[in-house]
Write a protein that binds this ligand. Structure first.
Ligand SMILES: NC(=O)c1ccc[n+]([C@@H]2O[C@H](COP(=O)([O-])OP(=O)(O)OC[C@H]3O[C@@H](n4cnc5c(N)ncnc54)[C@H](O)[C@@H]3O)[C@@H](O)[C@H]2O)c1
Ligand SMILES: [Zn+2]
Ligand SMILES: [Zn+2]
Length: 361
């Protein structure tokens, strides 16, 4: 029997979100229904609401979630009812060219549920990133459920489902930050701060946080930044070079997604260094660089989707580090809110007042 639950819908471009009754089908083959316990408000949810991702309205928003598996389809064996899981948007297929070459963290054909969740009038919903977890329950592909130690608080665990994983992974997976490295992170929201925390975990010796907001720089310090630069008042490229013996950082992580900050990242890295773009640009953005500088500085220019994570490998490991006190996921949770406060949370995010608002159900 399909069930009716409450969920947060983005009805149309730039319209305020609202709570509607969502019909959640029983899980079919390869699917699971999850009772959502917590779901963070990510910048990407706002992008969906603004029509910045695509026009497949209405969206069922929310995708940074943790919860308990309620029921699974007949053939599902990896997870079972009662399992505590983090939802992921990288349920690897096992068959695409990336998976077949042993690089599943790049999987090009990730799974989502086949059945659709709908409104009560039958209107099909597009779940954000194939998840849709600003809802009491959601239907996902079973591979989107990653089992982790249930000792962790759901509001902290869920954040690994998107932004925090994207930031930590940008540092440790994509940027390959290692012991003794110097790292600069431009943009210290939830994603940039996670890149800072990831760099600290990986043993970086110097971690330089860059932002235009002093409040963000203060939090960045508590996450592990050893130096901070307000790029409204100081030239960040010069400041990063000054802090690294005049050379630039080994790894520069861009967590804003704008041409000017990408250019800063490009010039703030040492010769043979690495730039990692994790901020998401919009289609109108362009950047022009002297090709000789691209060549002459060597190293690598990379982008990072979801921190190049493999959920089955990375989520349980990071939860274990959290439970051991080596990674404070709770520090990313600025506030917990109710399902009907998502619109307000978007405004607070826009003003830069929060790292993460997390809906708790
Ligand atoms: N690649 C991925 O897989 C992935 C996943 C999640 C989010 N993201 C993207 O990462 C980016 C950051 O997400 P977030 O949740 O941390 O957002 P956020 O809004 O919380 O943080 C952005 C930060 O950048 C700072 N900033 C803005 N303009 C700046 C400038 N010119 N110079 C320096 N700092 C500046 C802001 O003050 C803020 O602290 C977004 O573009 C988001 O869409 C990417
Ligand atoms: Zn694949
Ligand atoms: Zn997200």
């Amino acid at each position: 029997m399909a069930q009716e639950v409450r969920g947060v819908i983005a009805p149309g471009k730039d319209e305020p979100v609202r709570i509607e009754t969502v019909v959640v089908p029983d899980p079919g083959p390869g699917e699971a229904v999850v009772r959502v316990q917590a779901c963070g408000v990510c910048h990407t949810d706002l992008h969906y609401k603004q029509g910045g991702i695509n026009d497949d309205f209405p969206f069922l928003l929310g995708h940074e979630a943790a919860g308990v598996v309620e029921s699974v389809g007949d053939d599902v064996t990896d997870v079972a009812p009662g399992d505590f899981v983090i939802l992921n948007w990288r349920a690897v297929c096992g068959n695409c060219r990336a998976c077949l070459r042993g690089r599943p963290w790049y999987c090009f054909d990730t799974h989502n549920a086949r059945q659709k969740m709908t409104l009560t009038d039958g209107t099909e919903l597009s779940p954000a990133l194939g998840i849709g977890a600003f809802a009491e329950k959601t239907l996902v592909a079973a591979g989107q459920c990653t089992k982790v130690d249930p000792a962790v608080a759901p509001e902290a665990a869920g954040l690994l489902g998107c932004g925090v994983m994207a930031g930590i992974g940008a540092a440790i997976n994509t940027g390959n930050v290692g012991r003794g490295d110097s790292v600069a992170v431009i943009g210290c929201g939830g994603v940039g701060d996670a890149a800072i925390a990831g760099s600290r975990l990986a043993g970086a010796a110097k971690i330089i946080a860059v932002d235009i907001d002093d409040r963000k720089l203060e939090t960045a310090r508590s996450m592990g930044a050893t130096h901070t630069v307000n790029s409204r008042t100081a030239d960040p490229v010069e400041a990063i070079r000054d802090l690294t013996g005049g050379f630039g950082a080994d790894v520069v992580i861009e967590a804003v997604g704008r041409p000017e900050t990408y250019r800063q990242a490009f010039y703030a890295r040492d010769l043979a260094g690495t730039v990692v773009l994790v901020g998401v640009p919009t289609p109108d953005m362009k950047i022009e660089l002297p090709l000789l500088d691209v060549f002459g500085r060597g190293g690598s220019l990379k982008s990072s989707w979801y921190g190049d994570c493999l959920p089955s490998r990375d989520f349980p490991m990071l939860i274990d580090l959290h439970l051991q006190g080596r990674l404070d996921l709770g520090a990313f949770v600025t506030e917990t809110i109710a399902l009907d406060e998502v619109e307000k949370a978007f405004e607070r995010m826009h003003r830069g007042d929060v790292l993460r608002s997390v809906v708790v159900l």
